[in-house]
Design a binder for this molecule. Structure first.
Ligand code: SAM
Length: 313
């Protein structure tokens, strides 16, 4: 699945873009002598056309509570900070921290948090004393190696209504999974849980040439906007998460097999859901139906019903 409405941004065309580069971006394209670290998923954006397009999609404004994950050498940081006047960033690579502080020393409302975004408590960025605290606008060209766990981590903040929206650059394949509908091969746990909490909008594709060093795969920008009202609220989110995880633990098996430790085949059928289907055929609404039934009718553990299988997606 991929036909994002906007035309593909190849990221290979640098000619006009280079002429429009700011001095800071020109220095950035040479990576400032910083050796990109694979273990931190470092692929630095250098294409100013793409950077501008991303910033237009984010549309940062004064007074907003923006936080960037993995600012790197500031490719997105600079234009966002210029537009919003304030920005928090979370960066794991300690070699990049002094550079960031120097680069943006004249912005008093630029704050750098050194550490792992997976461990970071984003609630500390909410002004709890304010009458109407500004919700978080989370942005980032995410390190691909941790993007899926990071998205699950961030979805927990949407649950607490702390997030206005999120804009991420991800591996295109991950964006396809986030936006996938039932019945497609990309459909799975990530898309179901993201769509439970958020409207998922794939925006545009970015080719490897926009990065230094270029990654091996295409990337894409996605916008996640938490629902004002959940379209299919469940009685118990933990049970929904467990049902979905269990169902997709063996993609090629039927629901009656994978879910047998939680619900009987007869009960799945009694909900109007065919228990002989494979997990990718069920909609979010159907998963919520199963989870709510499990919540109301928990099965006693039984050795016959097998144990939890290993996760596949
Ligand atoms: N934003 C920059 C850009 O677009 O050029 C850099 C993007 S690069 C793909 C990913 C960035 O995330 C790097 O700066 C990397 O050091 C940082 N990073 C990697 N793992 C991280 C983690 N667990 N927590 C916070 N930052 C992380």
């Amino acid at each position: 699945m991929t036909d994002y409405n906007a035309p593909r941004s190849t990221g290979n065309v640098r000619k006009k873009a280079n002429r429009q580069k700011t001095a800071a971006q020109k220095v950035l394209s040479a990576n400032q002598g910083h050796k990109a670290r694979k273990r931190f998923g470092q692929n630095f954006l250098h294409d100013s056309n793409i950077i501008n397009k991303i910033v237009r999609a984010i549309n940062p404004k004064q007074g907003q509570n923006l936080v960037e994950i993995g600012p790197g050498m500031g490719a997105i940081t600079e234009p966002v900070l210029e537009a919003a006047g304030a920005l928090n960033v979370v960066e794991i690579d300690r070699d990049l921290i002094p550079r960031l502080r120097t680069q943006f020393f004249n912005f008093p409302n630029f704050k750098v948090y050194e550490g792992d975004a997976l461990q970071y408590d984003f609630t500390q960025l909410i002004d709890k004393d304010a009458e109407n605290p500004a919700p978080l606008r989370i942005i980032g060209n995410l390190p691909y190696n941790i993007s899926t766990p990071l998205i699950f981590h961030l979805l927990s903040y949407t649950e607490e209504k702390l997030v206005q929206d999120m804009h991420f650059m991800l591996q295109k394949e991950v964006v396809d999974r986030l936006a996938a509908g039932a019945g497609t091969s990309d459909y799975g746990r990530l898309g179901i849980m993201a769509q439970y909490w958020c409207r998922v909008e794939p925006l545009f594709i970015v080719g490897p040439g926009a990065f230094n060093p270029p990654p091996k795969v295409d990337s894409a920008i996605v916008r996640l906007v938490p629902h004002d009202t959940l379209p299919f609220p469940t009685k118990n989110i933990t049970i929904l998460q467990n049902v979905v995880r269990q169902a997709f633990s063996m993609r090629r098996k039927t629901l009656r097999n994978t879910l047998k430790s939680m619900i009987t085949a007869e009960n799945i059928d009694s909900l109007g859901i065919d228990s002989s289907l494979r997990p990718e055929r069920l909609t979010l609404a159907e998963y919520v139906k199963i989870a709510d039934f499990v919540n109301d009718n928990p099965l006693e553990p039984s050795p016959d019903r097998g144990s939890r299988a290993t996760e596949e997606t």
